[in-house]
Design a protein around this ligand. Sequence first.
Ligand SMILES: [Zn+2]
Ligand SMILES: [Zn+2]
Length: 307
Amino acid sequence: MSRTAGNPSKPNPQPSDAKPANQPSKLIGVHLSTTGGVANAVRRAPTLGANTLQIFSSSPRMWRASKITAEQAESTRAARAELSVGPLVIHTSYLVNLCSQSQEICEKSVQAFRGEIERALALGAEYLVVHPGSYRGMTRPQGLRLAAQSIERAIAGLPWQQTPFHILIENTAGSEHSLGGSFEQVAELIEHLRPHAPVAACLDTCHTHVSGYDIVSDAGWAETLAQVERTIGCENVRVWHCNDAKAARGSKLDRHEHIGEGKIGLEPFRRLLHESAFAHAAFIAETPVDAPGDEERNVLALKNLLG
Ligand SMILES: [Zn+2]
Ligand SMILES: [Zn+2]
């Protein structure tokens, strides 16, 4: 989006942009359980101080998934419209591995991912986050090609064209054989897919940190930000998963921690939330739920950094 250039010292009044000065316009949310239905999760978000949310649209540890009924779709859309909650982000099941060397697993994954896309479209979800997968038994370029082919096959013929729907490729913790442990790999997959599918990126603060990028020191952040811009492009990062990390930078251990209580600490989240290159993005916590109220606590921890 571009604006007509004018006198920079005297911006034109833009009524549609007008917001009360101290009302935060950031999109901040948390991963929520869909117990009681997706509409229920949408209705719960604002009670926790969130204006966006992430869900699983089926059990993340089962291949079988039921279809979204017309009634479920309608109640979800109605709840979102009533409460101005969005974007709605869906995280793909953990079983899906779109570059598995096992033909059987890969085929099951393509079918399951197609189901994920169908449910996302039925619910009117903007984003479907997916980890690119594990290419164990193959070379990385083979894995990358297979992941791209699998996603292409999964979305073929589905009616996404007139919708805001995007598949978001998430960066991973960088463990051996896992695709997406660097911004370059995420960017490469996006480039492969762009002619065939609506695709963008989701970056996870914990994964970014444990895969080796410095998001903690000022100089490190400047360099990491420049690397995102050079590879994926900041405008393509639609969602930031905001998770502190239990493990050290470069450890490749994916263990999420409450915001401000891990190796990343509070200040890098403040800097991220204020980064103008990501002003368009949604910031969603996937922090542990160790005790009742933890979702709300982490949303609040992020919102407290906005002022
Ligand atoms: Zn994540
Ligand atoms: Zn993770």
